[in-house]
Write a protein that binds this ligand. Structure first.
Ligand code: TYM
Length: 331
């Protein structure tokens, strides 16, 4: 069975609806067909200075949210990136394959620097660590949102470079798995920017941990436009289109069906139904979250079992890599 892998950073107190629709929903579907590895990218989160107790809490919450969202730890390995020390080792090998200018040209790095975030070297080498995450598991597909596309491209480049320079077929060149419509959920207050845990204002973010009243309120006050026509057209009707995408991905109704169903109705009707659909997904999610957080020992067991599975694969890959690059065998 081909393997797939994906990760999320524990950079806020809850995942948001963009993480859920853009990635988690696909993780859940794909675990039926693939040998799936899903991890909390705690090493990547260190690129932003965070209080240690807060990082610990967020890491637990993120792992629990994977499971509450439908990842089945009996089938899919759920683990913390830092527990598999090979990630950092392979990350180093990837750093040594990457040109300085290549790293500095990555849009995410440039954006963060442009926003005045004082960049540490970890932020610069972030994509190389991510390449290591992916290549470690011979992942055939990587289910992510649109914002990760460039990272997957550099991962493919690095895999090919490695194979060419050292030994053919050592690393598997992965394919992105990015669904067109759901891959970019937008900020409700500014539907031309992506919904982002670190950049969107609270009102623009639908957190999976928000209480239902709050979620409804945020959706009812989402920015739309001055027309009154419910139509999918991201270029000129970003707000309405975003609401339609949220509805469609969660309810399973197609965009044309939704357009005709809401024809002649105002945006209020659409928003009300989007809120219903979001709550129908989030309420059972929150119930499962409460149960999971109630039993921290069980969560620790899940993450430990996931690390055991991941270690087996990671050791084998690192052995191949050591051999290929000329490091002496370690164990
Ligand atoms: P992160 O933690 O920012 O986001 C986790 C996942 O959610 C997706 N996503 C979105 N999808 C649609 N609309 C949005 N508004 C939205 N916001 C976020 C992201 O595309 C991602 O799939 N670098 C990664 C973490 C990572 C990783 C990896 C992923 C580290 N190593 C290896 C895959 C494979 C990140 O920061 O995602």
């Amino acid at each position: 069975v081909p393997r797939i892998l994906s990760g999320m950073q524990p950079t806020s107190d809850s995942l948001h609806l963009g993480n859920y629709i853009g990635a988690l929903v696909n993780w859940v579907t794909l675990q039926d067909q693939f040998d799936a590895y899903y991890f909390v990218a705690d090493l990547h989160a260190l690129t932003v200075p965070t209080d240690p107790a807060v990082l610990r809490r967020r890491t637990r919450v993120t792992a629990a949210q994977f499971i509450a969202g439908g990842v089945d730890p009996a089938r899919s390995a759920v683990f913390c990136q830092s527990h598999i020390t090979e990630h950092a080792e392979l990350g180093w090998v990837m750093n040594c394959l990457t040109a300085d200018g290549e790293a500095r040209r990555m849009t995410q790095f440039k954006d963060k620097v442009a926003r005045g975030q004082n960049a540490n070297v970890g932020l610069l080498t972030y994509p190389m660590l991510m390449a290591a995450d992916i290549l470690m598991y011979d992942a055939a597909y990587v289910p992510v949102g649109e914002d990760q596309r460039q990272h997957l491209e550099i991962t493919r480049d690095l895999a090919e470079r490695f194979n060419t320079r050292y030994a053919a077929d050592t690393l598997v060149v992965p394919e992105p798995y990015i669904l067109k419509e759901s891959a970019k959920i937008m900020d409700l207050t500014d539907p031309t920017s992506k919904m982002s845990g670190s950049n969107s204002p609270d009102k623009g973010l639908l957190l999976l941990s928000d209480d239902p009243k709050r979620l409804r309120k945020k959706i009812m006050s989402a920015v739309t436009d001055t027309e009154a026509e419910v139509r999918y057209d991201p270029a000129t009707k970003a707000g309405v289109s975003n609401l339609l995408v949220i509805h469609s991905t969660l309810s399973g109704s197609s965009l044309p069906d939704l357009e005709s169903r809401f024809a002649g109705q105002g945006y209020g009707a659409l928003k009300g139904e989007v809120a219903d659909v979001v709550l129908a997904a989030v309420e059972p999610f929150q119930t499962r979250m409460a149960e999971l957080l109630d039993d921290p020992a069980e969560l620790d067991r899940i993450v430990a079992a996931g690390a055991e599975r991941a270690t087996v694969v990671a050791r084998a890959t690192m052995q191949r890599v050591r051999e290929a690059v000329g490091l002496l065998p370690a164990r």
